[in-house]
Ligand binder design. Structure first.
Ligand code: NAD
Ligand code: AHE
Ligand code: ZN
Length: 369
């Protein structure tokens, strides 16, 4: 079949709307008609050329929701008409990772996914016979995408896809990092660096956990109003202080926070986030994605004296078994999504969504197909 998709032809270039050929789903694969997709900073990161796994030309996008249009041979868990969220972290249930009970990472399709290919090592997308790469196994910036069965969460048929698409990455990542990775408890103090879709979702998660103090940090003060609405107790702009931000937070909290979250992808801020944690027990969770060749550093003494550095992918959430519950939590009012959708537009305007993100004017733009 043919459909419209936004193609990333090369690093730093605007996306171009093209008519692409989409091959039928093969064994274990599913054709999804995309209804909506968010635009996450990670899409911009890969488009910038900073992603070591970035390959071009590709169809980006990983925060989508849609409807099953066709299934390939052997697909048993999904049928035509099912509502689904594509997962960049699959859940096969059978690999060493899935069976470990220690992680949401799954190894079943991750290697080919990182090369922009389907599990059989080929692409389902092409233009004039030339293959176009997949992205994160999801390629949601396309009217139709082919996704492995094990990388689709079947969700409640009544969930509004133009909202719950944001559970495909940003909101789940932030809430999950707080509840699953850090395991924040009632009364804990937290600091959240970066108030985009991920940081605001961490705030939401911290409030759900009953954190007593939620310190929200950003260099763009226009983010503070929404941070307060989600439950931030303090908003701090590091530019307003001569002292390093970690010192500012330590002074505000009688020695540091119990948990901190880096939601930017800036390795200097990752260091500040670790060093603003309380001696003896404070834990810092890296969520932001940093560019090729960048490394984090701190004095080992920071760790010797009890601070812990951790990371979180997709909030530690197992997509097939746990994401449907997040969708239902939205439907029954436990998770907020609507305020995150600051802009909506059609696929033809998708480059505007990237501009709004870079200008700090949007939290999430949702593309409606
Ligand atoms: P975003 O661009 O919407 O938000 C980033 C925020 O950081 C902005 O508000 C910006 O003003 C702020 N910021 C930038 N530099 C800063 C600084 N020096 N100090 C304080 N604030 C600063 O991005 P997003 O979509 O929320 O994504 C955030 C990060 O999380 C990105 O790196 C993205 O790639 C990553 N991410 C990771 C996962 C994961 O599973 N680990 C999932 C989704 C996104
Ligand atoms: N490709 C990059 C890493 C990118 C990365 O860390 N991705 C996050 C999700 S970001 C979603 O917005 C993630 O889940 N990583 C775990 C995984 O298996 O990819 C690189 O550095 O090579
Ligand atoms: Zn994302």
């Amino acid at each position: 079949m043919k459909c419209k998709a936004a193609v990333a032809w090369g690093p730093g270039q605007p996306l171009k709307i093209e008519e692409v050929d989409v091959q039928d789903p093969q064994a274990g694969e599913v054709l999804v008609r995309m209804v909506a997709t968010g635009v996450c900073h990670t899409d911009a990161f890969t488009l910038s050329g900073e992603d070591p796994e970035g390959v071009f030309p590709a169809i980006l996008g990983h925060e989508g929701a849609g409807v099953v249009e066709a299934v390939g041979e052997g697909v048993t868990s999904l049928s035509v008409g099912d509502h689904v969220i594509p997962l960049y972290t699959a859940e096969c249930g059978e690999c060493k990772f899935c069976k470990s009970g220690k992680t949401n990472l799954c190894s079943a399709v991750r290697e080919t996914q990182g090369k922009g290919l389907m599990p059989d090592g080929t692409s389902r997308f092409s233009i004039n016979g030339e293959p176009i790469f997949h992205y994160m196994g999801t390629s949601t910036f396309s009217e139709y995408s082919v996704v492995p069965e094990i990388a689709l969460a079947k969700i409640h048929v009544d969930a509004p896809l133009e909202k719950v698409c944001l559970l495909g990455c940003g909101i789940t990542t932030g809430i999950g990092a707080v509840l699953n990775t850090a395991k924040v408890e009632e009364g804990d103090t937290v600091a959240i660096f970066g108030l985009g879709g991920i940081g605001l979702s961490c705030i939401q998660g911290a409030r759900m956990a009953g954190a007593s103090r939620i310190i929200a940090i950003d260099v763009n003060e226009s983010k503070f109003e929404m941070a307060k609405q989600f439950g931030a107790t303090d908003c701090v702009n590091p530019k307003n202080f001569d002292a390093p931000i970690q010192q500012v937070i330590v002074d505000m909290t009688d020695g540091g926070v119990d948990y901190s979250f880096e939601c930017i992808g800036n390795v200097q801020v990752m260091r500040s986030a670790l060093e603003c944690c309380h001696k003896g027990w404070g834990e810092s969770i890296v969520i932001g994605v940093a560019g090729a060749g960048q490394e984090i550093s701190t004095r080992p003494f920071q760790l010797v004296t009890g601070r812990v550095w951790k990371g979180s992918a997709f909030g530690g959430v197992k997509g097939r078994s746990q994401l449907p519950g997040y969708v239902e939590d939205y439907m029954n009012g436990k998770i907020e999504i609507d305020p995150f959708v600051t802009h909506t537009m059609g696929l033809e305007d998708i480059n505007k969504a990237f501009d709004l993100m870079h200008e700090g004017k949007s939290i999430r733009t949702v593309i409606l197909f």
